[in-house]
Design a protein around this ligand. Structure first.
Ligand SMILES: NC(=O)c1ccc[n+]([C@@H]2O[C@H](COP(=O)([O-])OP(=O)(O)OC[C@H]3O[C@@H](n4cnc5c(N)ncnc54)[C@H](O)[C@@H]3O)[C@@H](O)[C@H]2O)c1
Length: 433
């Protein structure tokens, strides 16, 4: 869904490339400071929690299809491995840099702890716009990147999954490269891989299902439900497209969606299944018949009940947060709200279901996939979906309960729970030597 640009001629929409004003790492570190303050930890522990355990910066030389050589930059960051192996996605996007990967790795640490998975947090990325490369070129990039980071990844060390710009095919190439170099097939080195090579039923849609479980739980806290609300979803990729679908299937009226090329709006509700077909045919939601065009900025400011940012970081900053009319913001993306944006939303009484809780469904089913691969025994879709819902509901309940008890936001409550679990593991293990 992500590797194609919209079909068409010169009238194809141009992708939005917003200037980045806040670094995601600034946001992640400010969130950590807030949690550390609430937990009363000392500077030494704070520093340990703020600092990645291990970082690898690799050069990824690529032979283009026309014979030219291009040199790309790649990263793998393991933020914390006190609770288990590193776990986190692999991102292919032009703006990927070390600070973005550090922030994403840190969020993975807290996320895995909030949903109580036996993992630490990690993330990887290559600075590349995958839409400008052929499948053969992307395969070569993936195989070279994998062989460069091979010393620090593995089913017991650090497990990758798809993220922005990567797909289950990418995971298949990572798994194959790792396995060929090890001499036998090791499916548990990645999650989010195709079913045919040891993937899990339900993984492809797990993040989106989790977003909708978290939405339903937040609505229930306010005495309402999906069938009574309107929603807008920013981003129509792996997370946003299925979140829109499950929201609609749950009875919500999804009135607007967008991608990097623009958005579409229909006050009566979009036909999300038909939108999926339109995107498969054209590469974008833009031009969906029967809907009005809408910019991403207008989507964020739409008069809806639930806003789901499911695209990229920093879209809700101080200025855009002031325009939000939704009552709930459910973060499908990682880091869509800056610290200043968060404050504005809190001051305006808007409930934010934070990323480390709302989009944790993907890593929950990644964990199920890893467990299944380790046992070579696969579960049914029903088992996976029931266990996912149970995990999401109980994680939401614990976070909401803490937020109520301490009169703090859901974000601070989720961070306090996640950070405390990681600090506890770190303290119990002690310092070596
Ligand atoms: N894939 C997962 O399982 C997963 C799990 C947890 C969190 N996330 C997070 O969810 C977000 C989306 O990931 P994904 O896997 O769906 O990626 P994706 O590449 O499949 O889709 C990204 C979508 O966002 C759109 N987009 C990109 N830049 C945009 C912009 N500036 N404005 C509007 N739309 C824009 C793209 O057009 C695309 O529709 C990321 O923050 C990712 O880290 C993903």
């Amino acid at each position: 869904m992500t590797a194609t640009a919209p079909a068409g001629t010169s009238s194809s929409p141009t992708p939005a490339t917003p200037a980045r004003r806040t670094s995601p790492l600034t946001t992640a570190l400010a969130q950590l400071s807030s949690a550390v303050g609430l937990l009363g930890y000392d500077d030494g522990l704070h520093q340990m929690l703020a600092t990645p355990r291990r970082e690898l910066h690799v050069a990824v030389p690529l032979r283009r299809d026309d014979g030219r050589i291009e040199l790309l930059s790649g990263y793998r960051v393991q933020h914390n491995i006190s609770r288990g192996p590193g776990k986190g996605g692999l991102r292919y996007a032009p703006g990927v840099d070390i600070d973005e990967v550090r922030a994403l790795a840190m969020w993975m640490t807290w996320k895995c702890a909030v949903v109580d998975l036996p993992y630490g947090g990690a993330k990887g990325g290559v600075a590349i716009d995958p839409r400008g490369y052929s499948p053969a070129e992307l395969e070569r990039v993936t195989r070279r990147y994998t062989s460069e980071v091979m010393p620090i990844i593995g089913p017991e060390r650090d497990i990758m999954a798809p993220d922005v710009g990567t797909t289950e095919q990418t995971m298949s190439w990572v798994m194959d490269t790792y396995s060929v170099n090890s001499g036998y097939t090791i499916p548990a080195v990645v999650t989010g891989k195709p079913i045919a090579v040891g993937g899990s039923l339900g993984r492809a849609t797990a993040t989106s299902r989790g977003v909708v479980h978290a939405t339903a739980a937040a609505l229930a806290d306010a005495g309402t439900e999906l069938s009574e609300i309107t929603a807008a979803v920013q981003g129509f990729g792996k997370v946003g497209s299925h979140a829109a679908r499950f929201l609609a299937e749950g009875g919500a009226r999804v009135v607007a969606v967008s991608d990097q090329y623009g958005g579409v709006h229909h006050p009566g509700g979009l036909d999300v299944a038909a939108l999926h077909t339109h995107v498969a045919e054209t590469g974008s939601v833009v031009g969906f018949p029967g809907a009005d065009a809408l910019s991403n900025a207008d989507l964020l400011a739409l008069d809806v009940d639930v806003l789901v940012p499911a695209a990229t970081e920093d879209v809700l900053d101080e200025a855009t947060a002031a325009t939000v009319k939704a009552r709930w913001v459910v973060e499908g993306a990682n880091g869509p709200t800056t610290r200043e944006g968060d404050q504005v939303l809190a001051d305006r009484g808007i409930t934010v279901v934070p990323d480390i809780l709302a989009n944790a469904g993907g890593v929950v089913v990644s964990y199920f996939e890893w467990v299944q691969a380790q046992q070579a025994y696969w579960w049914t879709e029903r088992e996976i979906e029931d266990r996912l819902e149970q995990r999401m509901r109980s994680a939401y309940a614990a976070v909401a309960q803490r937020a109520r008890a301490e009169k703090i936001t859901l974000r601070d409550a989720a961070l306090v729970i996640g950070v405390r679990r990681v600090a506890e593991a770190h303290q119990l293990r002690g310092l070596y030597p």
